[in-house]
Design a protein around this ligand. Structure first.
Ligand code: C5P
Length: 244
């Protein structure tokens, strides 16, 4: 693992995948002191807008803005600048947007942070969506194994100045080998030991994820859907400690 995520609870990101901003705020109030970051994705952001990010910051929480930007370089770079101004710690863009899109975004974020004295967010790459398999890639005209494609895209992201990638537990070790220790690995599809996988097909426990050197784990429903979300978050952190 890297020095980027120092204490264990700082390495837990809770996905606030909720339509209701009031419920998101109340969960954020409970969870902000318990975890490293709260993930705001498309559903919540489209409904609640940047105010939900500001509200989390007001609670002392940190935000991973999971909007997966993908557009022409100028547009994604401009969106990245606004994410930096909003003060998020992490945001992500699609590697399939190409080298120029990644390079311009990383450069624009660095520049605005320097000019305006802002903390620099880490920009993550999204490689191959885990909803796609080999035949899906082939239909899109991409040959070869999904794994090979994922590792190739992770290297490209690193070469163009991105801080890390979102990856599945299965790919983490290969990417770590290809991209080194300081490249951030952020992994969803984590399920506490003994819990149902739900719609996640390839799951890993929090302890195994930490043992595999994953920097940040993303957990949604096992925490947000629990009767006691604080207790659920603490028990995930306890499991993570088991992987140290
Ligand atoms: O509720 P659950 O723990 O499955 O939430 C995982 C979060 O990570 C969700 O926000 C989901 O959209 C996201 N995610 C994922 N698999 C990916 C990429 C992102 O589950 N490959």
């Amino acid at each position: 693992m890297t020095a980027a995520a120092s204490s264990v609870k700082q390495r837990l990101i809770v996905a606030l995948d909720l339509a209701d901003p009031a419920r998101a705020r109340s969960l954020a109030t409970l969870l902000a002191p318990e975890v490293g970051m709260l993930k705001v994705g498309k559903q919540l952001f489209v409904n609640a807008g940047p105010d939900i990010v500001r509200a989390i910051h007001d609670l002392g929480g940190e935000v991973f803005l999971d909007l997966k930007f993908h557009d022409i370089p100028n547009t994604v770079a401009a969106a990245g600048v606004e994410a930096a101004r909003l003060g998020v710690r992490l945001f992500n863009i699609h590697v399939s947007g190409g080298r120029e899109m990644m390079r311009q975004t990383a450069a624009a974020v660095e520049e605005v942070c320097g000019n305006e004295g802002l903390r620099r967010p880490s920009v993550l790459g999204v490689t191959v969506l885990t909803s796609l398999d080999g035949p899906d890639l082939e239909a899109l005209g991409m040959q070869g194994e999904v794994r090979t494609q994922v590792v190739r895209m992770a290297r490209m992201a690193q070469e163009e100045g991105l801080a890390g990638v979102v990856c599945s537990a299965q790919e983490a070790q290969e990417i770590r080998g290809a991209c080194g220790d300081s490249f951030l690995l952020v992994t969803p599809g984590i399920r506490p030991a003994g819990q149902q996988a739900g719609d996640q097909k390839r799951v890993m426990t929090p302890g195994d994820a930490v043992a595999a050197g994953i920097d940040y784990i993303v957990v949604g429903r096992p925490i947000t859907g629990a009767d006691d979300p604080v207790e659920a978050a603490r028990s995930v952190v306890a499991e993570m400690k088991g992987g140290l």
